[in-house]
Design a protein around this ligand. Structure first.
Ligand SMILES: NC(=O)c1ccc[n+]([C@@H]2O[C@H](COP(=O)([O-])OP(=O)(O)OC[C@H]3O[C@@H](n4cnc5c(N)ncnc54)[C@H](O)[C@@H]3O)[C@@H](O)[C@H]2O)c1
Length: 331
């Protein structure tokens, strides 16, 4: 029976069709799953969803009423899924618990280097044949301190690159990662990390206890000349508070691949529409801020691994196997 895949980017479509093709029929839609689009899934036992799908209670109820029994989410984070409702409805929900952590760690570094060395402004200038260096001064990272909040797979990959640059490493996590400790990372309380780091990067999952991990107080605790990078989930930062600090002229650079109100914006072309989101509109006006639209995972390797794992998740569901990727039913 046909699987319906929501939120498929043009680059992903051939990969998804090829990977599923041997085993299953798949239909790819570019629309994202939400309450308006959920009725399209009627009659599909299995749907596959992308990172910005809305899998809240209302949408899950619509899917279940249409006969959907399994959701194969094509991401690691699952903060968009109401797991309790899925369980109550007797659905199976699987995610991709791991894929190339290098995709995200390397992109976090891309943002860090771009804001530190003013690459976007430099590129705009040279296109305009303006070859002055005023305002483009960056800083050596060698010998400076990188603070990694969340030292799991991606945080560790980020720390290895920081180590290669000759940076001192501070970490904060509920569980220490021995591989990071081996690199010389010192685990410290969050406030100490924020106060002492030149470069702060977020790699914890978004959960109720990490929501607005970087709130007004945390932003105040950071150095005025810190670089802040978020390639994890937008909800980790209180964006309104961040805008307030940026208005006050703080921070050497801020690189955001994620934004707390990104659903309904990121992955879509909104270039011809009036901007309704004043916070995002203000954010992109700061010369020291760089915003990208949730593309950190978007490498050939990572997308290939996500698609392969999603196919495995579907086959496991069909054949009644359990794996670490299954979120619901809880074991
Ligand atoms: N921008 C993107 O394209 C993209 C792609 C993939 C993942 N991500 C995000 O990156 C996150 C991290 O991915 P990962 O593969 O490194 O996950 P991981 O599970 O390997 O690491 C997460 C780390 O966070 C720590 N942690 C969990 N809860 C915590 C808490 N309350 N306080 C402090 N530390 C806590 C864990 O102990 C773990 O070390 C994902 O949850 C996802 O949100 C973003």
């Amino acid at each position: 029976m046909e699987i319906l895949a929501f939120g498929v980017q043009a680059d992903e479509k051939p990969l998804i069709e090829r990977a599923f093709g041997i085993h299953e029929d798949v239909r790819c839609l570019d629309v994202f799953l939400n309450a308006d689009t959920a009725p399209i899934a009627a009659g599909h036992e299995i749907v596959s969803t992308s990172v910005n799908a809305d899998l809240g209670a209302d949408v899950l109820e619509i899917l279940a009423a249409g006969g959907t029994r399994m959701v194969a989410q094509r991401s690691t984070g699952f903060n968009n899924v109401d797991l309790d409702t899925a369980e109550r409805l007797g659905m199976t929900v699987a995610r991709v618990s791991s894929y190339s952590p290098y995709s995200v760690a390397e992109f976090a570094w891309t943002l860090a280097m771009a804001v530190n060395r003013r690459i976007v402004r430099a590129s705009i200038r040279t296109r305009d044949f303006d070859f002055r260096l005023d305002g483009l001064m960056g800083r050596d990272l060698h010998g400076r301190t990188a603070g990694v909040l969340g030292t799991g797979k991606i945080g560790e990959a980020f720390a290895r690159i920081a180590h290669g640059f000759g940076m001192r490493l501070l970490g904060w996590d509920v569980a220490e990662n021995p591989a990071c400790a081996e690199l010389g990372m010192r685990y410290v309380p969050k406030d100490e990390l924020l106060a002492r780091s030149d470069l702060i990067t977020l790699h914890v999952p978004l959960m109720p206890e990490t929501r607005h991990l970087i709130d007004a107080a945390a932003l105040k605790a950071m150095r005025d000349d810190a670089v802040l990078i978020n390639s994890s989930r937008g909800g980790l930062i209180d964006t309104a508070a961040l805008v307030g600090e940026l208005r006050a002229g703080r921070f050497a650079g801020v690189g955001l691949d994620v934004y707390e109100a990104e659903a309904g914006l990121f992955f879509l072309d909104k270039s011809l529409e009036a901007v309704e989101d004043d916070t995002l509109a203000r954010l992109v006006t700061f010369p020291n801020v760089l915003v990208t639209s949730h593309q950190a995972y978007y490498t050939e390797e990572a997308v290939g691994q996500i698609v392969d794992a999603t196919v495995r998740n579907v086959l496991d569901y069909r054949e009644g196997r359990r794996s670490e990727n299954v979120l619901v039913p809880r074991s």
